[in-house]
Ligand binder design. Sequence first.
Ligand code: PHB
Length: 363
Amino acid sequence: MSKKPLLQPYTLGDLQMKNRIVMAPLTRSRADNAAKVPVPIMADYYRQRATAGLIISEGSQVSPQGVGYVNTPGIYSKAQVEGWKPVTQAVHDEGGLIFIQLWHVGRLSHPDHLDGNLPVAPSAINPEFVVRTPNGKKDSVTPRALSLADIQSIVSDFSRAASNAMEAGFDGVEIHSSNGYLFHQFFAPCSNTRTDQYGGSHENRTRFLFEVLDAMKQHMPENRIGLRLNPSAHDYHGLVVDADTLPTFDYLIGKLNNYNLAYLHLSEPFTDVSQVAFAETQIAKRYRPIYKGNLMINKGFTFESGNKILDEGFADMVAYGVPFIANPDLVRRFEHGFPLAEADPKSYYIPGPKGYTDYPAYK
Ligand code: PHB
């Protein structure tokens, strides 16, 4: 009997994945130091999970301004690059591959993360969200609208992060252009009311993303850059679906065909959007015919449903998030039909090894 599709190898540009099971990016908040440098237990954690065909790291801010959660690591300083090296080395020692997710949360930050400064966004519109700050959960604030010069400096932050990622030994990067963070804030009319070249038309609202892609290409191979989109995010992180959401993503994803990217990582709806006007309920099915490159799909898949979507031809890889928390050997458990362990949400975001590196492999 031939192997299930998830267990078959896949060629990702010039990289060879040993299977099509991807570890999705997961915020784990273990970088508990003021400089937000990756800590040694992070190398243990990723090493334990290196049997995935590809690991995508936790979101890692490209600048001090990009942070929106407690103890998330950065990729902007020399010390952070050094801190990531043992992580990439550990994954490579086990024969795995690892991309880093590059993050700027935009208006989903808070002055408590930013030395009292306002978060930034395309427009000065409060997301009405609750932010996890070093001083506990707090209501979001009205951000400061970015100037044209500010936007160019964030483009530079992403290209610096790309070259830092290469220096740290990552196999590639994933731009976090999803889930209501900065890029998504540019795409969505509810968070972007600009009247300059970054607001209004589809071309304008997606311009920032393409400027970042074009800048990053100068610092690393295009086929090592992936990006993530969540077109049906609704009532999520301050964004809503409207009549222009799908036309915007149709335009954007069509234009990505002009690039030779590592992959496009799409999320199925995070919530039930079957009653939401204009929302797409079947993301992979809609976008598989439009996107010509490698397609990764995420959110809520089991081994069975993951194999099914690959069999149907709607995706090339499936990313699993939460199952990887308590099942470092998820690939082996899937392969042998071993039961999955349940993760404890109380230890998702606490410092130290508890609930992080102490989940055993199946015996
Ligand atoms: C989270 O930490 O809750 C989180 C981070 C990044 C996402 C989504 C959720 O894209």
